[in-house]
Write a protein of this length. Sequence first.
Length: 317
Amino acid sequence: MLKLRVSAIRYEAQGIYAFDLVDPGGAPLPAFEAGAHLDIRTPGGVNRRYSLCNVPGSTDRYCIAVLHVPDSRGGSRAMHEQVRPGDLLEVAGVHNYFPLREDAGHSLLLAGGIGITPLLAMAERLHALGRPYTLHYCTQSPERTAFAGYLAGDKWRGRVFLHHDGGNPANGLDLGQLLAQWPDDGQLYFCGPPGFMRAVQAASAHWPAGAVHSEHFGADLAPAPPPAADSEPASLTLRRSDRSVPVAPGQTILQALRDAGVACNSSCEAGLCGECRLHYLSGLIEHNDYLLSDDERADSVLICCARVREGAVVLDI
């Protein structure tokens, strides 16, 4: 666990602040690769994952950008409303689940909104290497476009393209046309809000699976449907410890285990990193993660965002 000092906070766009983080004693930070992120404990104790968006390999500072989501679970709101220059933040190291293939024939980077953060770092790295790439950055308006001034520089001319749809995706980038052909040895990287992600996934469905890479944002879970009148109360059976743990309506499995005093690994708490993965033996689970395949969900669960549909779920713990 690192403790980093907030050295600067900058207004980047409507609802978006950039935060520079440094070592409190001025020591070099661990170098990072394009696509990497920090796990930050925000004020109030909520852990959130933020992509690094400055030049990969930098050791003088880490830069993240945070979109203020007023009705979020508290992470972004705390970063905007409570964090000030000089504050110390707990950071659980540098991790990378969205690595860049640096030797690709061409890298196509697609960003939606705050999803620009990991892709900006990728563009920085590819530019430094002299590798072919194109970055398309889709936002609602210029006022909501983070790093717009920086991306207008000569460095990015002919490589970076901004698209504003005014709130109507039909007026934005034509993903179908852009992704109609898979270029030889081309690699696609994309990140953004759920609607953008679904659109890119659909438009690139014909690309080879190994050529498509994405990073999802964690989103608030939809409210759990009320249990059926004749359904048995939800619970967890812990096979190895021979315990039964009740699950309250709307609770995730992780929340229920924590309330029962059961220690569990977790990090992003958004179904993204896999740190909380457990093996289960039986039961009906509502999976809400972005990581597991359908086959993996047959016996594995990311407990940070999964819920018990009904009855008992048997965990191998």
